[in-house]
Design a protein around this ligand. Structure first.
Ligand SMILES: Cc1ncc(COP(=O)(O)O)c(C=O)c1O
Length: 403
């Protein structure tokens, strides 16, 4: 009988998508705070470059990306980090997600282990499983400022550990790892023959602290992953890139060929304009996100346990201990605000929710007002009942509670 491979069947799904679908299907006015979509248009010189490229005759490009773009990316890294990178070590990908997928496909064999933050962007876990490997979570606890404990990471490394994923600034927590911590993790990984996959897609969205720049501490066991999506508000263009050590870069370039031939030439032209053109919009979007961070902090800090994010455009909000964040998020849609349940990002934050600061100021304010009102009426979600309560009885308890 034909069937889907078991490890793919068990991939899991994104718990954010369930809320997106519900919010989109609803006829009510819902303040959308669940998704990490920059609420800005890309700068006009980026759009113009894409428009011009689309009207020219475009064809396939080099599978690792057009040389001019890889050179411009290398120049951008030199400008931002004083980091000298050869264009052949830059691999353009269909977004950071596809870049990470290429790295894992080059690295892991079935049964290998990949250390993944918990909470984290759900795709790390799904991609690891897609290649038959085992995601092993390392905890980022709210009480530790969502920073990892290096001893705990060391204890999780086994002979089957192939990679550790770092993500600073973090989705979903907004934490920015101190550089000293990044250095210690890179050195630990090097000593244990483990690759660091450093997801730095929010490196230009930092309010307090410094970019991880993990490759500054180890050039041979660090792959750095970047994206045009968040920095330039270009999510739909689907361009990101990977900077890999010399032992890995040619393999990644090779892998891109069977995977996707190449990234869209139109998108690469827009990305070239983004990285080599004026950077003013990057700074002004960062300022706008900073204002939103202040709005969220002023509204939430007096009401709930809330940690002001240092970077990215997300913040975690604690529900009452033990509350099932998925049930809470479903109920919040009915209360007029959509948020991402912490359970979508792993087990550690299953009684927290993530709000996105990417939404416009007025939507953010309305959404937080509704969230605060819901928190008051449900005792920070306690009316949801204990974890694992089934949805039907949850609904009954909510209805009863609200009278
Ligand atoms: C931490 C993290 N890495 C990677 C991505 C994916 O970025 P891209 O659009 O470049 O695939 C996201 C998107 O939300 C993200 O939050």
């Amino acid at each position: 009988m034909l069937e889907v491979a078991p490890h793919v069947r068990d991939l899991g799904s994104s718990g954010i998508r369930e809320i997106v679908n519900l919010a989109e299907a609803s006829s009510r006015d819902i303040a959308r705070l669940e998704i990490g979509e920059p609420g800005f248009r890309a700068a006009s010189h980026i759009l113009d470059a894409g428009r011009v490229a689309a009207t020219r005759s475009t064809g396939y490009t080099h599978s690792a990306g057009v040389l001019e773009l890889r050179e411009a990316i290398a120049a951008g890294l030199l400008r931002r980090y004083d980091w000298s990178v050869a264009p052949e070590d830059v691999i353009v990908a269909q977004g950071a997600g596809q870049g990470i997928s290429a790295v894992l496909s080059a690295l892991v064999q079935p049964g290998d282990q990949v250390l993944i933050p918990d909470p984290a962007w759900p795709n790390y876990r799904m991609l690891t499983r897609l290649f038959g490997a085992v995601p092993v979570p390392y905890r980022l606890r709210a009480e530790d400022g969502f920073l990892p404990d290096i001893d705990r990471i060391a204890a999780l490394i086994t002979p089957r550990t192939r990679a550790i994923v770092l993500n600073s600034p973090s989705n979903p927590t907004g934490a920015v790892f101190p550089r000293e911590l990044v250095r210690r993790i890179v050195e630990l990984a090097a000593a244990r023959d483990v690759l660091v996959i450093s997801d730095e897609v929010y490196d230009e969205l930092i309010f307090d602290g410094e970019p991880a720049h993990a490759a500054g501490f180890g050039t041979d066991n660090v792959v750095s992953v970047f994206s045009f999506s968040k920095t330039y508000a270009m999510t739909g263009w689907r361009v990101g890139y990977v900077v890999a050590p010399r032992w890995l870069a040619p393999t990644l370039a090779h892998i891109q060929e069977p995977l996707l031939s190449c990234i869209s030439a139109v998108s690469q032209a827009a990305a070239l304009a983004a990285v080599s053109g004026p950077q003013d919009d990057v700074a002004s979007m960062r300022s706008a996100y900073r204002v939103r961070r202040e709005i969220a902090t002023a509204m939430l800090e007096p009401v709930v346990p809330f940690r002001r994010p240092d970077g990215a455009f997300y913040a975690m909000v604690a529900l009452a201990p033990g509350v099932d964040s998925r049930l809470a998020a479903l109920d919040l849609v009915e209360a007029g605000v959509s948020v991402a349940p912490g359970s979508a990002f792993g087990d550690e934050a299953s009684d927290q929710i993530r709000i996105s600061l990417a939404s416009p100021d007025d939507v953010l304010v309305t959404g937080i007002e509704r969230l605060v009102a819901w928190m008051a009426s449900t005792d920070r979600g306690l009316a949801m009942g204990a974890l694992h309560q089934d949805s039907a009885s949850h609904r009954r308890s909510i209805t009863a509670n609200r009278g």
